[in-house]
Design a binder for this molecule. Structure first.
Ligand code: MG
Length: 162
């Protein structure tokens, strides 16, 4: 059966924000009074990105590859998770065409950090920063994200046949 040489995948993640937690988003340390809470370094941006890559390749999600019950994953640098997702996709014959992200956060303010996040994510995926889109938006004061108690990320990834 003939298959198209492209695949698209989506990813979504949300983590609570907690006072005193380090704030690492998109692989970049961001000065902030709050940071995402979680088992790994809780880099919600890289988690959503990794799931988009895995989904496009038709592979299982990051919870399957890196269970939050696994002590080995505690405090883990999520750059390793995204790199592993790209490696798994590459094993299946896919390369990342582009990745586009929407970061929904009332705090910290992210716009000044977007260029660094794009470069870092591109570095992890071994692609050009022009292949990584990042938009930062808010939830206009509504729900837990809007009230600054959580941070959510939506991701889309296009893969092409290597
Ligand atoms: Mg996560």
């Amino acid at each position: 059966m003939t298959q198209p040489p492209f695949r698209v995948g989506t990813g979504y993640d949300i983590h609570p924000l907690k006072a005193g937690r380090p704030c690492v988003l998109g692989g970049v340390s961001i000065p902030s009074e709050v940071g995402p809470d979680g088992h790994s370094d809780a880099d919600v941006v890289l988690h959503a990105a990794a799931d988009a890559v895995l989904g496009a390749a038709g592979l299982r999600d990051i919870g399957h590859h890196f269970p939050n019950t696994d002590e080995a994953c505690r405090g883990m640098d999520s750059a390793l998770i995204l790199a592993a997702a790209a490696r798994e996709a590459a094993k299946a014959g896919w390369k990342v065409g582009n990745l586009d992200l929407v970061v929904v956060a009332e705090r910290p303010k992210l716009s000044a950090h977007v260029p660094a996040m794009r470069s870092r994510i591109a570095g992890i995926l071994e692609i050009d920063p022009s292949q990584v889109g990042i938009k930062a938006t808010t939830n206009e004061g509504m729900d837990a994200v809007g009230q600054g108690r959580a941070l959510a990320v939506h991701a889309v990834c296009l893969l092409f046949r290597a």
